[in-house]
Design a protein around this ligand. Structure first.
Ligand code: ADP
Ligand code: ADP
Length: 237
């Protein structure tokens, strides 16, 4: 379970991007964070995986505090968090398989990943996951040969292979067309529900959030202004 309590982020510029943000996410929930541009969605996700330093409050993952970790503890904690990015963040000249396994190996440089003799059990797990995300047959293609939807599915496979305790996705669909976006959201929903992993997604398309998320958290001006099921959001709108 992820517990965010009175989380604060004030940037050096004085911008107060998060104001006492509190919520919990547990079990197999898929939670969409929605809100206008500048609301603090990206700051929130980046605070959870500590790509940015919160300036106050607490974040715990299965009871473990994340805001005060040292560098090596942070590395371990990040292995528990699968990250999925808007621009996919694949290594273009590596193959699908190499991209996925470099995620599994965490924070190896790409050069290390390139030379690595991957253990057979990792390769067979990668193949299982490739099949699950519908990428059979492209494992030896280079990332730069794939379509946007395929690239995001590689991003998802790379996050899932590390058996994370939570998946965090920062605008995973904004570089994709509507149909591909829907496929990616379906895949993330299946992963949450079947693998019992909470999934938190920043998304600006409210209709996609309503269609797919179990719960919606609305941010505005750094504050939580809505936290409930999609039907409740429909009633309020
Ligand atoms: P969203 O993802 O909802 O668009 P962000 O988290 O990107 O919102 O931004 C929230 C607020 O924090 C905005 O006012 C933005 O200008 C500010 N902000 C974001 N990143 C930085 C940064 N690196 N330095 C200073 N201010 C920032
Ligand atoms: P850097 O070179 O900035 O240290 P990292 O070592 O953090 O980058 O990440 C290497 C690659 O793995 C990047 O492409 C990044 O997008 C991806 N990545 C980073 N963190 C995660 C994560 N928790 N889950 C999946 N992929 C990740």
């Amino acid at each position: 379970m992820l517990e965010v309590t009175e989380l604060e982020k004030t940037y050096d510029t004085g911008d107060r991007a998060l104001k006492s943000v509190s919520f919990e996410v547990s079990g197999n929930e898929i939670v969409a964070i929605i809100g206008p541009s500048g609301a603090g969605k990206s700051t929130l996700i980046r605070s959870i995986n500590r790509l940015t330093e919160p300036t106050g409050g607490s974040i715990t993952l299965d009871g473990k505090e994340l805001t005060d970790l040292g560098q090596s503890e942070l590395r371990n904690a990040r292995r528990d968090m699968g990250m999925i990015f808007q621009e996919f963040n694949l290594v273009e000249r590596l193959t699908v398989m190499e991209n996925i396994l470099s995620g599994r190996l965490g924070y190896l440089s790409t050069w290390d990943a390139f030379r690595r003799n991957f253990p057979p059990e990792d390769i067979s797990r990668a193949r299982e996951i490739l099949s699950r995300v519908n990428l059979d047959g492209v494992e030896n293609n280079r990332a730069d040969e794939l379509s946007g939807g395929q690239r995001q599915r590689v991003g998802i496979a790379r996050a899932v292979i590390q058996r994370p305790k939570i998946l965090l996705a920062d605008e995973p669909t904004s570089a994709l067309d509507p149909e591909t976006s829907r496929e990616v959201m379906n895949l993330l929903t299946d992963i949450a529900h079947e693998d019992d992993i909470p999934v938190i997604i920043n998304i600006h398309e409210v209709d996609l959030a309503i269609e797919h998320a179990d719960r919606i958290i609305g941010l505005s001006n750094g504050e939580v202004v809505f936290n409930g099921s999609a039907d409740k959001l429909d009633e309020e709108a």
